[in-house]
Design a protein. Structure first.
Length: 273
């Protein structure tokens, strides 16, 4: 359900690292390329949600030469992850440790704030899913889009936006999708899960599904109604075995909560205005 991508180059680098609970899988994947965690020199984070960046602190402890590249907004939460952990523990309760494992602070001197470029990749903000989200475009046209481009468990064609609270922003998300498309990537490298070889079609379908889900919540669907509708859409395309990774990578109730919060904030702002 969670992918890290190994970048080509003289200095081994990863895009996203997954949570600490997946360190063994990460080590196995690196070993397939003749590498260990100690060989890594760079970690590029699309954003700091635990399924993407949870292991950053553990990796920095295991590897004293690892530089971690993260957005300016996300950086303080790596140095002091206590607020992030409190929020996640409220959300996941007793499942926190099983899902995410150990959350370790990253030394401040090991962090580089992302600018316009990282290594050989173009970098730019892609908020919407999260305010601190960034995406990367490699010279070969590979776009590491994080969760901005949604969940699509290859080879399925079904796309599920991941819209958890607290800072979903639909207008920003639409602009982020435009920014990705404008760069004309040759492929999308999705953390959930796999490489998409038809980016334009994927992004168009992502926009459509995001708008449909947002309108469903705006129109007054309850959480149960929203989840049931999303599950029905998914079941119409994939079998039960394939559906499970979708609902684990991006639980539908979380997307309802994030979209509901977005619309509630909009209503409050309109009332104040």
């Amino acid at each position: 359900m969670v992918a890290s991508y190994l970048l080509p180059g003289d200095e081994p680098a990863l895009v996203d690292c997954g949570p600490s609970s997946c360190i063994d899988a990460l080590e196995s994947g690196l070993a397939m390329h003749g590498l260990t965690v100690g060989d890594l020199r760079h970690l590029l984070l699309t954003h700091i949600h635990l399924d993407h960046a949870g292991a950053a602190g553990v990796l920095s402890r295991l590897n004293g030469q690892l530089t971690i590249h993260v957005s300016e907004v996300g950086a303080p939460h790596l140095v002091d992850p206590s607020r992030l952990e409190r929020s996640a523990r409220r959300l996941y309760g007793e499942d926190f440790d099983r899902l995410w494992g150990e959350l370790v602070p990253v030394p401040e001197d090991r962090i580089e704030v992302i600018g316009d470029r990282v290594l050989e990749l173009e970098a730019w903000p892609t908020p919407g899913h999260a305010s601190h989200h960034v995406s990367f475009l490699a010279p070969d046209g590979s776009c590491y889009a994080g969760d901005a481009a949604g969940v699509r468990i290859a080879p399925s064609s079904f796309i599920a936006p991941v819209a958890p609270p607290p800072d979903v922003d639909l207008e920003a998300w639409e602009r982020s999708l435009d920014e990705i498309e404008a760069r004309q990537p040759t492929r999308l490298c999705l953390p959930h899960f796999g490489v998409v070889s038809e980016p334009r079609e994927h992004l168009a379908n992502m926009r459509e599904r995001l708008r449909e889900w947002a309108e469903r919540v705006r129109s007054g669907a309850t959480e149960a109604e929203f989840v049931a509708a999303a599950e029905a859409e998914l079941a119409a395309v994939v079998d039960a075995e394939t559906a499970a990774p979708y609902t684990e990578a991006g639980p539908f109730w979380q997307s309802y909560a994030g979209l509901r919060r977005y619309w509630d904030k909009r209503m409050t702002q309109a009332a104040v205005g």
